[in-house]
Structure formats: C-alpha cells, structure tokens
Write a protein that binds this ligand. Structure first.
Ligand code: ADP
Ligand code: MG
Ligand code: MG
Length: 883
C-alpha cells in the first residue's frame, strides 16, 4: 500500500482534492508545490495509515517505515542535506492535519532532528550559535511536552529563574552560550522527571513524533471536539513531515500569518501580522506584539513598529503575488502561513479562511462581482443559519461579562432589562416605559402578552422546543431557556444564582445566542443589514422556486415579515389574538357559555375585534396571500384560573360564580393536546368558526376597498383527521361567504384548506383534498403525533436519545425525513392526484430550518412559512435547495 505522498521542488504526488487522504494541510501543501510556489519539501503520511494503526492495535503497517525513509532521503536531496547528518543536518517539522480542521489535535513539533551533535553543525553553518541553541531549546520544550507528556511549566520555571538570575527581561537577550547552558538544565530536568534521557537519535525522535500525532487523534480534547462537530472517528489524521525553514535566523528573517481579505469585515485587502526573528507560533502565542503586514494597516493602527512592506520589501512583494495567486486558484478567501528565512519567502500553509457572517456576505458578493465565482456559487457559500447573527442585536464582543447563569441558546440576540416574574408585571412595567426581561420557570400560552411586552425571556426549565423557545423565536425575541442553575421563587419575588439574589426591577442581560445570563446592562451592537446582505438576498430570490411566507398574527410581526421579504402569511394563529387583557374576558365568556344564546352574545362582542385585527393585517399584507387558521387550542387554555378571575367573568356574564366554577371544572381535560381542540371545536360549536369566517370576509372586503389590492384569504381548518370533518366546517364557511356577499359585500376570492398534522390526515389526504383547496403541513403536531412524543415533554429525554445515538437530530427542529417525511410525501402524492394543482405549504417550526427546507424542495412544496425573523434564512435556504 502507498502510505506516503511526497511534495517538493515544484512537484507533488497529492493535490488539493486529496483532502480525505492527506488532510487539509497536506493536500494544500501538495497543491501549492504543484503551482510552483516556494514550499519547503516534505511528505505526508496518509490518514489511511492512521486508520491502519488503530485497526491493528496501535501498530504501524510493515511497509510504512521503508516508505518514510525513502521520502526523507528525497526531502534531504532537494534540501541538499541529510537527516541526522553531523555536518549538514536536515531538520523537519512534524505537523498533524485531518480532513476537517480540528483544534485539539497534536501541536506541531518544530526543529526535529536536533541533538547535541547536529546543533553544533547548525551553529557552525549559520555562524550563529544563539540561533542554533534557541532552536534546540524550543525543540526540547515542544517535544517533551507533546511527545513525552512533560508539562511545559517545568521549562518556563527554569527559564524564569535564569532570566531573573541574569536580570534579563526577554528571551532574546540570552546569548548562544547561555542557551547552551539552559539546554543542559532542560535535559537534566527531563531525566529527573521522566527517568529517561531526551532522545538523541533523530530517527527515534521522528517516530516518537509520528506516534504522538496518531495517538493525539484519540486524546480527550480531540474526541470531544469530534463529538461536538459530528466528525467520524474513522477519518483519522494525516502526518506532515516537512523540511524546516527558519524565521528566527536574525533581523532579515520573520514568520507570519495572513488573510487575503479581512476576515471580520470582508474588505478586499491583505490582512495579517508577522514577527521578525521568530519561529512558528510566536505570532499566535502573543509573546511579542506582532506587526502589520502592510504599511496602510500600520498607519491605521497607529503602530510605530514598521510593516513587513517596509522591513522586507522584496519578500513582501513576493508574498502579495502569491496571496493573489492562491485566492484566484482556490476562488475563495485564504488563510496563509509563511516564513521568511534570510530574505527568502517560504509558504507553509494555505486554507479557506474562517470569517464572520458579515465578511462572508461581502466576500461572496465581491467575488461574484469580480467574476471569480458565479452568483449562484455566491448564494451557496453562505450558511443560511449564520444570517441569524445579523438579524438581532448582539453583545459587544469587547464587553465585560458578569455571568450569573447558563441555559440553552433558545432564541438568538441579546436583551437587557429589569427582571419581572409575571406577564402582568411585564405589561405593566412596559406600559410605564421600562424594558423588562420576563423570568419564568416556564411559560404557557397565557404568557404571550407578557412575552410581547418583554425585551427577552428567561426560563429555568424547558428545552429548545419548549413553549418559551418556540414563541420567542417566532417573535424574534432573545430567549434563554432551561437555565437550571437559576432558582426562581415566585412567592418571594426573587431569582437566586450562585449565592446572588436578584429582585424584581434588578437589571440583567440575556444572550440568546450563547445561553448566558449576565448581571447588569451590557453594551450591544445593533443589527446592520449591509448592502452585500440585500444584494445576496436578491440573488437568492432569483435562484429559488419555493415562495417564503411568515407565521404572523400581530401587525408588528407582519410588518417585520414584509421588511424581511415575506411573500404572504402562511400561518395566522387566531388564538394569539385573544389573550390580550380586554379580550380574554370576552373570550372566557364565550368559552364558559352554557347556552347557544350566551355564546352568541360573546361572539358578537368578539366579531368586531377580530374583524379590526384582520383589516389591519390585510392592509399590511396587501396584494399577498394570508392563511388564517381557525381557533385551534383546547378551550381549557382560556379558562379563568383564580377565584378573582372567575368572579370577574361571572359578573360580566351576569351568572352565578358557583355555576361558573362548575362549568370550569367540566371543561377541564386530562390530555388537552389530544383533546377538544382544532376542528373539533368548530364541529361542537360551529358558531365560533362562523364568526371567524365572517370577520375574515368582511375584513377582506374592507381592506380591498381601502388599499385597492385585495388579499386572498386562505381559511385553514386545523387538526383535521377525516374528510368529513373538513366537509362539515367548509360548508359553514361557504355559507357565511354567500351570506356576506348577498348582504351587499363585494365578491371575494378565498380558499378553504386544511392543515395536515395528523397521520390519519396524511393517509387519507386524497379524500380530504376533495374539500381542501390547499394543504399546509403542520409539522409540529405531525411530528408529535407521528412519534407519539409530546413536544413539551420531549426535552427531558430526547437529549438522552441523541447522546446514546438513538436519534441524530431533534425531530422537532429538523424534519424526520424517514417517518414524518414519508407521511408528507404520501399526502403530497394523494393530494395532487385528487386535486390538480393543489397548493402545498409547510407552517411548522421546520419551515425555517434549512435541512427541512431542502426536504420541502425535494417533495415540491409551493411555499414554506416560518417566523418573521427567519424569513431571510428561509429565502437563502430555499435558493440553495433549488441550486
Ligand atoms: P497549526 O495547524 O496549529 O497552525 P502548523 O502545523 O501549521 O500548526 O504549524 C504551527 C506553526 O509552525 C505555524 O506557524 C507554521 O507556519 C510553523 N511551521 C510548521 N512547519 C514549519 C516548517 N517546516 N518550517 C518553519 N515553520 C514551520
Ligand atoms: Mg497552521
Ligand atoms: Mg397544530
């Protein structure tokens, strides 16, 4: 088997596309070599050799050693040296490098091949004993740490003592002789600590380092990192062995890193840092303050340390050319490492550079404008979920954080406000102009108004799909959920954390992007949608097939949705319109009504309120489709809870409070999510659906008159399982339409359709399509009922499922393609067969999840609908799905 791939002298056995085999670093070193760039010669031991090592009880393949020896010979030949040679020794670096970039893997060992003999040769050859012994002591430090497992503290200790003894401030003050002495102390210490000498045989050093790279694949840091990033264990890591070049050979030597464009702003300008007379990781380690590459950058930072452009102009010019060449070759922003040895430039690494979302947008748009990539490629380069960063205020990265608790990052963005413990307090304090954070153990539908009033929501219980999390995301409000270290005491009106107590009115900040809870106010950065952002969204719109709508019911949400480019409303949850203070009372009258007359009296009061809501919504969405879902939740959610509330409703209805209490108890349900809700309500009490339909038609007529651009109301019946249910409700809606029309109303275009959110509905979608002019997949309930897992209770065990490998992803976040997806495909097929051109959409939480959107494109849905703040994400994801 071929385990070893050489590069050097303008040739290479590997190439950029061999990433899986050679790791990112090795593949790109090979590619740079083939491009004719100055790369120190070397070779890569493939990741397959690592896999073989683990498959065979941590032993090497029999033919590996021979291949390494031969490759090392060749490196020496190119460099004009020999490994271990006492006159012209070849020194190498040993570098790990896997397919995915992975911090936590083995650190690089530099200057390998040095021993008591070769260090003298290096000193003689360079005429610089200081340089030679500085390199040797660095090697001993790194090797002992990385390969022999000796903590580097012991060396720092010796170094500090020696510095103090001589009154030196910095390492560079040591002379060659002094470094030689220190090397002696280092070696003695190693023998003392480990009971064995520092290896003098270069071959033993090399195999020690190779073994350490392979072993580091299984170290705890690497294992954890892989688990967090879904990187399979089977990949293994490659090992790169490369001839050393020296940035620490004096004032005409240097080492540095650079990005071909600014990684935080995306600006097209070389951006980087370097250090004179330094080696490898000195730049990153922050031992000395690095200098700017370009003179322009130096002027901007006001540094008095000269730029590389000034210090080593020829090497700088060569580097600029290479940076341009690499960016054009890879057609993306590159992150580069280089070293200059006595004025000569060497390239040590290139890779696609990490960047902020802001930079990613600008770079993608600029590169498309430059003709480097197509617009479609630009669209595909942006991670849709990353746009979230730009759509909410965020905590200033330089701000000090006084962390008092940690929960789940349930809804992105940050918010500051005074602590309140109830939705009533939230509304009241908001009315007095305060900004508040609603702190609850958990939230329920009754808290909607408090959540609206709050700047952010903090709960101590519940997961990423808890009520608080879902509703907060829908509202685009920051939310931290399940902050289990915080204790809320409603009675005392306090929140405690790590011995600190916070009362109502105390100021806290929550960071819904990280899950942190902070004491006090923290400086924020406001979202700024740059030009590149909107340009890229235009390109995405041109590329996508599916429409994107929003789930919205309040005017504020509808406006946000439009400003983010929504093409209609895919879900207006009418129940959310009834939780307001002045309405809940009327709603309770309606729910608790004993007789039809009582109920109709309450409905008559609700009609104008509902109509006014719809008029406003239709005006905002003028010219677009608006899907309105009839009342869906179990009536039980509207019931009065306290004696005071019961008394209030009784008075308003003019009935006896005792009778009302009894009625409340009658309405109680054991399992409300599977109880008297959805279309079941419209079947028990058709007058509710009729009132809603009337409000919709009258509002549509009115809004059309006002704006001249009619909306097309799409009336959606929830929780249908049988065609007969929908037939029944649809007949009522149609009857109301006829009535409104004959009463002198204008002709209104409307549609009646249903949610597909029960397995039975999916199985019988054909019959249901007989009455339904559209289907909207309610994937929250469909997931809940397909799995038989309650969404509200799932967090307590789904995480365990994930950890134990039973499920890969939370099915409430990303559509379960195998199960729920099969039902959706079936319903799509049957629906289309029964009704040509039936309109198909999705309105669950999944409508804003990029993976689920890809699935929606595959099954050919007409639109996705998601919370207003996810509309840009959905637009981009829909475009990528269509590419
Ligand atoms: P990392 O993946 O942590 O960046 P690298 O393997 O790239 O690790 O190396 C760490 C540092 O050592 C980098 O600054 C790199 O440029 C430097 N380095 C690696 N190999 C050599 C070499 N052959 N000659 C000089 N410097 C090197
Ligand atoms: Mg590197
Ligand atoms: Mg539902």
């Amino acid at each position: 088997t071929k385990w070893v791939y050489s590069f050097g002298d303008g040739k290479a056995e590997g190439r950029a596309s061999d990433r899986d085999l050679l790791g990112g670093k090795g593949a790109n070193l090979a590619e740079m070599c083939s491009l004719g760039l100055p790369v120190p010669p070397g070779f890569t031991i493939s990741a397959e050799a690592c896999a073989h090592y683990y498959a065979n009880g941590r032993t090497y393949a029999a033919d590996l050693e021979g291949q390494v020896d031969a490759a090392l010979e060749e490196v020496g030949r190119i460099a004009g040296r020999r490994f271990g040679d006492p006159q012209r020794p070849l020194l190498v670096s040993v570098r790990s490098g896997s397919r995915a970039s992975m911090p936590g893997m083995m650190d690089t060992v530099l200057n390998l091949g040095l021993n008591d003999e070769t260090v003298e040769a290096l000193a003689a050859e360079s005429g610089d004993a200081r340089f030679a012994y500085d390199s040797y002591r660095r090697f001993i430090q790194m090797y002992s740490d990385v390969v022999m497992g000796l903590d580097h503290d012991v060396f720092e200790e010796i170094l500090a003592e020696e510095k103090a003894r001589r009154g030196y401030d910095v390492d560079t003050e040591f002379s060659g002789d002094e470094w030689r002495e220190i090397v002696g102390l280092y070696k003695a210490r190693i023998r003392e600590e480990l009971g064995e000498p520092f290896p003098q045989d270069p071959n033993a050093q090399l195999w020690g380092a190779i073994g350490a790279v392979f072993s580091s694949w299984m170290n705890a840091r690497a294992v954890t990192y892989r688990r967090l990033h879904d990187i399979p264990e089977s990949w293994g890591t490659a090992v790169n062995v490369q001839a050393m070049v020296f940035g620490n050979m004096g004032e005409d030597s240097a080492t540095g890193v650079a990005f071909t464009r600014n990684p935080s702003t995306g600006e097209k300008r070389l951006y980087g840092e370097f250090l004179v007379n330094a080696q490898g990781e000195d730049v990153v380690a922050g031992i000395r303050t690095p200098q700017s590459l370009t003179e322009a950058a130096r002027l901007e930072t006001g540094s008095d340390k000269p730029s590389l452009e000034k210090v080593l102009p020829e090497a700088f010019a060569a580097f600029v050319k290479i940076a341009e060449k690499l960016e054009a070759h890879y057609r993306d922003m590159q992150d580069l490492e280089f070293t200059i040895e006595r004025g000569k430039l060497w390239m040590l690494q290139t890779r696609t550079g990490k960047r902020t979302t802001k930079a990613a947008l600008r770079i993608a748009v600029d590169m498309a404008d430059e003709g480097l990539i197509t617009r479609e490629e630009a669209v595909c380069r942006i991670e849709p979920a990353s746009l979230d960063q730009l759509l909410h205020p965020t905590i200033d990265p330089d701000a000090k954080r006084d962390v008092i608790g940690m929960g789940l990052p349930a809804s992105p963005g940050a918010a500051t406000g005074e602590v309140v413990f109830s939705s009533e307090e939230a509304e009241e304090m908001k009315a007095h102009g305060a900004s508040v954070i609603l702190v609850r153990v958990e939230t329920s539908p009754e808290d909607i108004h408090g959540m609206h009033a709050a700047e952010g929501i903090l709960t101590t219980r519940g997961g990423m799909t808890s009520h608080a999390a879902v509703v907060a995301r829908g509202m685009g409000k920051p939310c931290v959920s399940g902050a289990g270290t915080l204790r809320v005491d409603y009675r005392a009106g306090t929140m405690t954390s790590m011995g600190r107590t916070f009362k109502k009115g105390d100021v806290i900040t929550i960071d819904g992007s990280t899950g942190q809870v902070l004491a006090g106010a923290v400086p924020m950065l406001q979202p700024a949608l740059s030009g590149a952002f909107s340009t890229l969204m235009e390109w995405a719109d041109a590329a996508r097939r599916m429409k994107v709508r929003a789930n919205a019911e309040t005017p504020a949400d509808a406006r946000t949705a439009r400003s983010f480019g929504a093409e209609g409303i895919g879900l207006c949850r009418t129940e959310h319109m009834f939780f307001d203070d002045d309405r809940i009372l009327v709603m309770r009258e309606m729910v608790l009504a004993d007789t039809l007359e009582q109920r109709q009296a309450a409905l008559a009061k609700l009609l104008p309120m509902q109509r006014a809501d719809f008029i406003e919504l239709f005006e905002i969405m003028s010219g677009m489709p608006v899907t309105i879902r009839l009342l869906d939740p179990p009536l039980h959610e509207f019931l009065p809870k306290t004696e005071a509330e019961i008394a209030e409703v009784a008075a308003a209805m003019g009935v006896d409070a005792n009778r009302l209490r009894e009625r409340t108890e009658e309405l109680h349900e054991v399992n409300p999510m599977l109880g008297h809700r959805g279309c079941r309500l419209a079947i028990s009490y058709p007058e509710i659906a009729e009132m809603q339909a009337r409000a919709i038609f009258e509002a549509a007529a009115e809004a059309a008159r006002k704006t001249g651009a009619p909306v097309v109301p799409e009336i959606m019946v929830p929780l249908v399982g049988m065609a007969a249910e929908l037939d029944f409700v649809k007949a009522r809606i149609d009857a109301v339409a006829t009535e409104v029309l004959s009463a002198g109303g204008a002709e209104i275009d409307y549609m009646v359709g249903t949610m597909i959110e029960l397995p039975r509905a999916a199985l019988h979608a054909g019959e249901i399509a007989g009455s339904a002019e559209f289907f909207s997949f309610g994937t929250n309930d469909l997931t809940q009922t397909t799995f038989g897992i309650s969404r509200d209770d799932a967090p307590s065990f789904l995480e365990t499922y994930r950890k134990k490998g039973i499920i890969e992803k939370d099915p409430f976040v990303s559509i379960d393609v195998d199960g729920v997806g099969t039902l959706i495909r079936l319903a799509v097929e049957k629906g289309r067969a029964a009704r040509n051109g039936i309109k198909l959409g999705i309105c669950g939480e999944h409508g804003g999840d990029p993976d689920s959107i890809l699935f929606c494109e595959e099954v050919g849905l007409d639109y996705v609908s998601c919370s207003p703040f996810r509309v840009p994400i959905a637009r981009l994801a829909a475009a990528q799905a269509a590419c």
